[in-house]
Design a protein around this ligand. Sequence first.
Ligand SMILES: *[C@@H]1O[C@H](CO)[C@@H](O)[C@H](O)[C@H]1NC(C)=O
Ligand SMILES: *[C@@H]1O[C@H](CO)[C@@H](O)[C@H](O)[C@H]1NC(C)=O
Ligand SMILES: *[C@@H]1O[C@H](CO)[C@@H](O)[C@H](O)[C@H]1NC(C)=O
Ligand SMILES: CC(=O)N[C@H]1CO[C@H](CO)[C@@H](O)[C@@H]1O
Ligand SMILES: [Ca+2]
Ligand SMILES: [Ca+2]
Length: 590
Amino acid sequence: MYAPLIRIRIPLFSLLLALLLCQGSSMSSLVKSDAEDFIDWWQHTVFYQIYPRSFKDSNGDGIGDLPGITSKLQYLAETGITATWLSPIFQSPMVDFGYDISDYRQIQPEYGTMEDFEQLIDKAYELGIKIILDFVPNHSSDEHEWFKKSAAKEPGYEDYYVWVDPKIDENGDRQPPNNWQSVFYGSAWEWHEGRQQYYLHQFTKEQPDLNYRNPAVVQAMDDVILFWLNKGVAGFRIDAVNHMFEKESLEDEPLSGKTKDPLSYDYTTHIYTKDLPEVLEMVQHWRHLLDDFSSKHPEGPTRIMMTEAYAGLTTLADYYEDRNGVRGSQLPFNFHFITDVNGDSDARDFVYNVEKWLIYMPRGHAANWVMGNHDNPRVASRFGPSAVDAMNMLLMTLPGVAVTYNGEELGMEDYRDMRWEDTVDPPARNVGEQLFRNVSRDPERTPFQWNNASHAGFSEATKTWLPVHPNYRELNLEAQKAAPKSHYKVYKALIELRKSAIMRLGRFTIEPISRWVFAFKRSFANFDSIITVINVSDKEQLVNLSEFLNQPKKLVVEVAGVESAYQPGQSLAAIALSLAPHEGLVCRLV
Ligand SMILES: *[C@@H]1O[C@H](CO)[C@@H](O)[C@H](O)[C@H]1NC(C)=O
Ligand SMILES: *[C@@H]1O[C@H](CO)[C@@H](O)[C@H](O)[C@H]1NC(C)=O
Ligand SMILES: *[C@@H]1O[C@H](CO)[C@@H](O)[C@H](O)[C@H]1NC(C)=O
Ligand SMILES: CC(=O)N[C@H]1CO[C@H](CO)[C@@H](O)[C@@H]1O
Ligand SMILES: [Ca+2]
Ligand SMILES: [Ca+2]
C-alpha cells in the first residue's frame, strides 16, 4: 500500500475492499458500481441516535448534557459505533424539547457551552466517531430574533415567516385563513396581536414556520449549515423536511373522513402542506452545499445529510435521486420497520417491507433501516421484549445503513405507566389527562439505564427531567456487560460481524420460509454466506431451509439471542431448524 494514499481519509480496510472489487468479484446490484464511491464511510455505518436530554447528566441538574455525552463516547467506541446523530442541542425555550430553536448558532445553556461542544467534537474525532447534528429548518422558536423582527415588520424580516390576514366570517369575526391543522392538534394558525395577522405553525404555536419562498431565509439557513460544518460536524439529520413548503394559494385541505374531530391532524388530507415539489428542490440545494463543502475541505469526511420525512416511497426515492438523476439526501430515513410492521406482522409483511425499499431505491444508493427513534415506542414495546435480539439481527445484517436509537442495544422498554404529573411532551399535554397515554412520546424518552445506582446512573439529581423506567435495577448496561448473555452482547457481536466485507458488499436475497419465518442471505466472493433467520410469531417452529439455500448445507451459529438454546459455533441442520418464539439467528453457511 502506497503511504500517501492513507492520508486521504480512505481507511486501509476500504482499500483492501477496493482491491477485492478490482479483481472482478461479483457485487450486488444494491451497491454502487463505482467502487470508489461505494466505500465511502457513511454507506454501511451504524448511526446511533443520542437523545441528549436523556443520555447522561454530568452536573446533577437532572438533565442530560454535552459533557455527559463526551464522557460516554468511550462507551460508543467500545460498542463499535462510529457515527452518532444528536437530537437538537441548540438554544431553545424547550417547548418542544429543542425542536423549537431560538438561536441556531448557540448551544442550549442547560446542555453546556460552545467549548463543551468543541470538546465533544475533539473527543469524538479522537475515538473515530463522526458527529451528525439535527437541523430543524421548518420552524424556529417564537423567541428567535428573526421571529421578533418579523412580527415587528423590521425591514428585511417582514417575510421570514408565513403571515396571512384573517378571514372575516358572516358575524364579522376574525377567523384563520383556512382549515389547516397543526401536527400537534388544533389550527395551524395563530393570531399575532402585534402584527395583526396570523402566522403558520405546523407544529406547536411556539414553532412558527419559516418561509422558504423568501431567498433571505434560504441564505440564512445555508449560513447556519456552514457554521456547524466549520465546527467539524460530518453532516446533518434534517427534521420534518416534508413540511417545509405550503401551497401559496392557501386553499382548504380536503377532509379525510378518518375522524370527526376538526382539530385533529387526521381530520384533513395534507395535500397543500406536505410533500410539495419544492421540498425536493431544497433537499437538492442542501446536497449541493454539502458536496461543495466536502470538495473544499477534502481533509474531512464526505459531509452527508439524512432526512426525516414520513412520506410515500416514491417521494423518498426521489430524495435519493430524482428522475433526472439529480441527487439529494444520502439517507432519506426509511421508517418502514416503525410504521409498516408491528407485533402482529407475519413473515410476508417483513419481507415485503424490505423488498419494497430495495425496489424503489434508485440503483447505486445505500439502503437504510431505522429501527427506532424518540417519536415512537421502543422495539421492546412494539414487538415485545423477547423480539429485541431478532429485531437487532434484522437491522444489522440487512445491506446498507442501520439506525439505532439509544437504549435499543439494551432492549430498553417504554415507561408506559408514567404519570400525568410527570408528563412533559407537548402533544400529550395538549390532549389532556384522559388521553395523554395515547400520544405521549415521554415513555420512549426516559433516561438511559447505565447501572443500578440511583436514577440508573444517569444523574445525581434528586429528580430527573423524566423519571427513569423502574426496571433499571435489572435492565441496565452494567448488568448486561457482566452477564454471560445479554442484548448488549448480541448487539455488539452484530456490529463486529458487520465489519466483514460480506456484510458491506454481499449480494442479498430474502424470502418468507413460512407464514411466520423469513430468512435472508448475504453472499460474496469466496466468503461463507451469512444467513439470518427470524421467527416473528410467538410460537416455536420447525423450518426447512434447504430450498432457500439451494442445497442442504450445514449452518454454524454466528450470533444467537439471549434466550436461545443455541450457542455461537454450534452446527445446525438446515433441513430441520427449530426456532423459539420470536427467535432470530445469524448463521454462517459452510
Ligand atoms: C386511546 O388508547 C386506548 C388504549 O389503547 C384505546 O382503547 C382508545 O381507543 C384510544 N383513544 C383514542 C381517542 O385514540
Ligand atoms: C448492582 O450492580 C452491581 C454491579 O453490576 C452488582 O454487583 C450489585 O449486586 C447490584 N445490586 C443490586 C441490588 O442489584
Ligand atoms: C427439506 O426440503 C428439501 C427441499 O425441498 C426436501 O428435499 C427435504 O425432504 C426436506 N426435508 C425435510 C426434513 O422436510
Ligand atoms: C423523529 C423526529 O425527530 N421528529 C420530530 C419532527 O419534528 C417535530 C417538530 O420539530 C418534533 O417534535 C419531532 O420530534
Ligand atoms: Ca445536566
Ligand atoms: Ca413549513
